[in-house]
Design a protein around this ligand. Structure first.
Ligand code: NDP
Length: 252
């Protein structure tokens, strides 16, 4: 049976690009109204048009997820325009690579600020809404397979993505009594704007696809349905799961 999210309000941070955009489109296809949060609302115009093309309401909200005041304001605007919150996807993230011996504290803080502080601030705001509404709801936090194996040059990114796993599990435990579910999405290598430099690196592509049982990277469109499934209010027992979408990369 197809999942029906008609009338549900969903937020996707970083929903203007890549994996976030794919999840936002999937939610819209199932009938959800979607707020796309990203730093620059103008850069979200194209994504919002695609989402609205599925016959739902879609808005672009300018919000740096690591700015506490901006997150509160973004939530107020979202709920004012689209109605009570039903699903929150904390997807926005950045990656910056440097060997540990050369990684500056500034780089470390930049990555941790967006990925971990941002996910904390957004999920805290969503949790407050869900608890106040008394409606229950679904949260999805986006980690990475790097949380399972680390990665050379990725100290800050791996630390942030591993932290998100701990945060997501804790939200699942703490919020279950409010009928708020939290699941952790763990994508593997996916062709997005985040890694165009790596996609152009033949040796790297050969090494990573060679280690992947599916023998390729994912396309963002392969994330269309995952948020839809996790947002579905009938999935009442699905919480605290780590959903790995990596073509088998982390089996070994
Ligand atoms: P993209 O670079 O394509 O998209 C990232 C999005 O995050 C952009 O829309 C960007 O919008 C937004 N964003 C970045 N910083 C902020 C901020 N401070 N506040 C609000 N929005 C912000 O990345 P992906 O789609 O590849 O990544 C999505 C998520 O998936 C990330 O958390 C990433 O770590 C994770 N992931 C990605 C993998 C991959 O291989 N691509 C693998 C594993 C995990 P704007 O710049 O307009 O603000």
């Amino acid at each position: 049976m197809a999942i029906d999210l008609t009338g549900l309000t969903a937020v996707v941070t970083g929903g203007n690009n890549g994996i976030g955009r794919a999840m936002a489109v999937g939610l819209a296809r199932a009938g959800a109204n979607v707020a796309v949060w990203a730093r620059n609302a103008e850069r979200s115009a194209d994504a919002v048009a695609e989402i609205a093309g599925h016959g739902v309401k879609a808005i672009a909200v300018a919000c740096d997820v690591a700015d506490e005041t901006a997150v509160a304001a973004a939530m107020d605007r979202t709920v004012d325009e689209l109605g009570p919150l039903g699903c929150f996807v904390a997807n926005a993230g950045i990656a910056e690579a440097a060997p540990i011996t050369e990684m500056t504290l500034e780089t470390w803080h930049r990555v941790l600020r967006t990925n971990l502080d941002g996910t904390f601030l957004c999920t805290r705001e969503a949790a407050r809404r869900f608890v106040d509404q008394g409606t229950g709801g679904s949260m999805i936090v986006v980690s990475s397979t790097i949380s399972r194996y680390g990665g050379a040059g990725q100290a800050a990114y791996a630390a942030s993505k591993t932290g998100i796993v701990g945060l997501g599990r804790t939200l699942a435990v703490e919020l279950a009594r409010h009928r708020v579910r939290c699941n952790i999405l763990i994508p593997g290598w996916t062709r997005t704007g985040m890694n165009t430099d790596l996609q152009a690196d033949e040796r790297f592509m050969k090494a990573t696809t060679g280690r992947t049982p599916a023998r390729r990277w994912a396309d963002p469109e392969e994330f269309h349905e995952i948020a839809t499934f996790l947002a579905d209010p009938t999935m009442t027992f699905h919480t605290g799961n780590e959903i790995v979408v990596d073509g088998g990369y982390t089996i070994f």
